[in-house]
Ligand binder design. Structure first.
Ligand SMILES: Cc1cc2nc3c(=O)[nH]c(=O)nc-3n(C[C@H](O)[C@H](O)[C@H](O)COP(=O)(O)OP(=O)(O)OC[C@H]3O[C@@H](n4cnc5c(N)ncnc54)[C@H](O)[C@@H]3O)c2cc1C
Length: 444
């Protein structure tokens, strides 16, 4: 059953807003604009039909849609890979834009979409598809590329980077969310196999992934990582199921059960699990920042359009300051954060050693917090502006209204990050004099 009501007209974005067009931004250089423009063309030419088909499936209740969605998502990842947009680690010399800047530009454009002069309509983005791209193309590929041996790369990395096999990264467990040191999944290592036993939760792409980087405790001791080839999800003693989420409808967020799954010992990565997971943390935070900015742009465009057209009390909504001001404040904020993002990604591309800098990681974390809060705020404001319409699927689906709520937690919960950031700022070692001053007073 299609739940759309004919009386409700869709929101048609009709007006170009230069401040919301990244291609018009003075901060991007010519090469970056060229790369971005090519991606927008690809989005319209090769992905738009699939993205619209995915959206369409969200209006049919009482009908199974999971299989259809799975097919579409797998097809999209392949198309992204064929065009070099899934993972950006391969063939770096072929590009004039650095790999982290490319990763961020793709993320921004895939989440935000863009007004097309050619077809005179808005080509929508989809944050859950970008989440799937991030999980496979970055959270899987980057750590594997960092630690895998050449034969491991040939078997376990190339099928993902080149052919677009769906991949996932499995860290979170029921008792180990923010506090990943509490991970319990055991990786029992023998001479020829690794036996995985435990459960994972909230894993993007989990139930459609061909390859998963699985973190756990080596023989119940230190953290390590192993690659799981799921054999098209048919692997013995492995089970996966979708978690139904509000928002991120197409990201296939899943739970996984490893009930003594036997994996070849050759799939074990050398090195400490935390180092492997966190090696690419700065890039991940910047790419999530780019996603959030693309998403904020989309929400602002929808709020702007609705405010221009909707008439109440004989006036258009934009004639009320209470509607107008938050939109312009958020547009201003968006452009400031884009400037920061692009500067960080360019610098990291130029100086890869910055990937190991704690200060750079902290600043990327700050950007992740501010950008996802902006996406969140823009969604809240969009919801307010839309009135009752914001509450129904017919309007909230095309906008992806609930997507940014997830990203306050996804990729590291903002509250945990803020807490550790503020603790660091106030970290204080008392001088000897102060200690000597305090001790006698305590004795009293
Ligand atoms: C859409 C989505 C996709 C995801 N994809 C993946 C994936 O692909 N792979 C994967 O491994 N994981 C994934 N996750 C899991 C994600 O990383 C966790 O949700 C996140 O780490 C938070 O863990 P938790 O949900 O268990 O919350 P908890 O850790 O239980 O936290 C609950 C609340 O307490 C707060 N809190 C906890 N500790 C502190 C602290 N020290 N200071 C201040 N506040 C604190 C948190 O911020 C949060 O608000 C995904 C999550 C989402 C929402």
């Amino acid at each position: 059953m299609d739940i759309r009501l004919a009386d409700f007209e869709g929101i048609k974005i009709q007006k170009y807003v230069i401040e919301l067009d990244l291609l018009a931004s003075p901060i991007l250089n010519a090469k970056e604009k060229e790369f971005l423009a090519e991606f927008y063309d690809f989005l319209e030419r090769d992905l738009d039909k699939d993205l619209r088909a995915l959206e369409e499936l969200n209006y049919y209740v009482e009908e199974p849609t999971q299989e259809k969605k799975r097919e579409i998502v797998i097809r999209i990842m392949k198309k992204l890979a064929e065009n070099g947009y899934y993972s950006t680690i391969l063939n770096a010399d072929e590009y004039e834009v650095g790999k982290i800047t490319r990763n961020a530009l793709i993320a921004y454009a895939l989440c935000g979409g863009r007004w097309s002069d050619y077809s005179e309509r808005y080509i929508a983005g989809n944050w859950s598809i970008e989440m799937g791209r991030l999980a496979g193309g970055t959270l899987y590929c980057n750590p594997v590329n960092y630690k895998a041996t050449e034969p491991q790369k040939e078997r376990l990395l190339i099928p993902v980077t080149k052919d677009g096999a769906v991949a996932a990264s499995a860290m979170t467990e029921f008792n180990a969310g923010s506090d990943i040191f509490r991970m319990e999944l055991n990786l029992q290592v023998t001479d020829d196999v690794v036996i995985a036993k435990g459960k994972k939760v909230f894993i993007t792409n989990g139930m459609i992934a061909d390859y998963i980087i699985l973190y756990g405790r080596i023989n119940n001791g230190p953290l390590g990582a192993v690659i799981v080839d799921t054999q098209n999800q048919q692997l013995k003693n492995f089970r996966s199921a979708r978690i139904r989420t509000y928002g991120m409808n197409d990201a296939f967020v899943s739970r996984l059960i490893f009930d003594k799954v036997e994996l070849p010992r050759e799939n074990l990565l050398q090195g400490n699990g935390l180092d492997i997971a966190f090696h690419q943390l700065t890039e991940e935070r910047l790419v999530i920042g780019a996603e959030a900015l693309g998403d904020a742009m989309k929400k602002l465009l929808y709020s702007h359009t609705y405010a221009l057209h909707r008439r109440q009390f004989e006036k258009r909504l934009h004639q009320y300051q209470v509607i107008r001001f938050p939109i312009s404040a958020n547009i201003r904020q968006l452009n400031l954060l884009i400037t920061a993002l692009i500067n960080y990604t360019r610098e990291l591309d130029k100086r890869p050693d910055l990937g190991g800098s704690k200060l750079m990681a902290a600043q990327a974390m700050g950007l992740k917090i501010q950008t996802t809060e902006l996406a969140f705020e823009s969604a809240v404001h969009c919801f307010r502006t839309m009135g009752g319409r914001g509450f129904i699927r017919q309007y909230s689906n095309p906008i992806g209204l609930l997507d940014p709520y997830c990203m306050i937690h996804g990729g590291g919960s903002n509250y945990v990050l803020e807490d550790s950031e503020s603790r660091r700022f106030f970290k204080y070692k008392p001088t000897r004099r102060e200690v000597e001053d305090i001790i006698p007073r305590i004795d009293l």
